[in-house]
Design a protein around this ligand. Structure first.
Ligand SMILES: [Zn+2]
Length: 195
């Protein structure tokens, strides 16, 4: 759900960025006399950059509040991925892909606000390492999951089958429960109710 949401938010932020850039380009051309580059234009460019940032920040703050608020209401803990790996990977991509940068910024801010809200509201938080979570069987920990259909994986050892995203989330949940030392009565594969 968050994945789809961040896409639309990033699209919105990206549009502001593009507006800022096209203005910047237009008015830095030598065709335009200096008076054109006066304060008004610079302020407009700056305000577009700010709008891009605020779009992400607002979304992150609102979503974090929703997630942590729901967890508190239901008496759940919140698990989130440790994003260091993701951020480092994206940082290594040295192209001018602003979209990827905005996605990274969005996740970073979301993480920051989740941590802040969890602390403030006293909701237990587990930050887990996401590496391998989408290729490991959540039931028997076997690593050889096979793709059987579009985005569907199956474990050849125990026969567990599921959607790639769901498998990732089950593994995150499993690691989080271990970290928080919680043993749910239905086992770690009990139905997912937390966001
Ligand atoms: Zn298995």
């Amino acid at each position: 759900m968050i994945n789809e949401e961040i896409d639309t938010v990033v699209d919105r932020a990206h549009r502001w960025k593009k507006l800022a850039e096209s203005l910047q380009k237009k008015y830095s051309s030598p065709k335009y006399p200096a008076w054109r580059r006066r304060r008004g234009i610079l302020n407009r460019i700056r305000s577009y950059h700010m709008k891009a940032r605020n779009t992400l920040e607002d979304w992150a703050r609102k979503s974090a509040l929703e997630i942590v608020g729901l967890a508190k209401k239901l008496g759940h803990a919140v698990a989130r991925e440790d994003l260091t790996g993701l951020i480092n990977t994206l940082r290594r991509i040295k192209n001018k892909d602003h979209r990827k940068k905005l996605i990274m910024m969005g996740y970073k801010r979301l993480g920051k606000w989740i941590d802040w809200n969890a602390k403030k509201q006293g909701v237990p938080l587990a930050i887990v390492n996401p590496s391998g979570t989408s290729s490991k069987c959540p039931k028997c920990d076997s690593k050889g999951l096979k793709e059987v259909d579009y985005r569907r994986l199956r474990c050849p050892r125990c026969g567990f089958e599921g959607d790639r995203d769901v498998i990732g989330k089950l593994n995150i949940r499993k690691r989080a429960l271990k970290k928080l030392r919680i043993n749910p009565p239905g086992g770690v594969l009990a139905p997912l109710t937390a966001p």
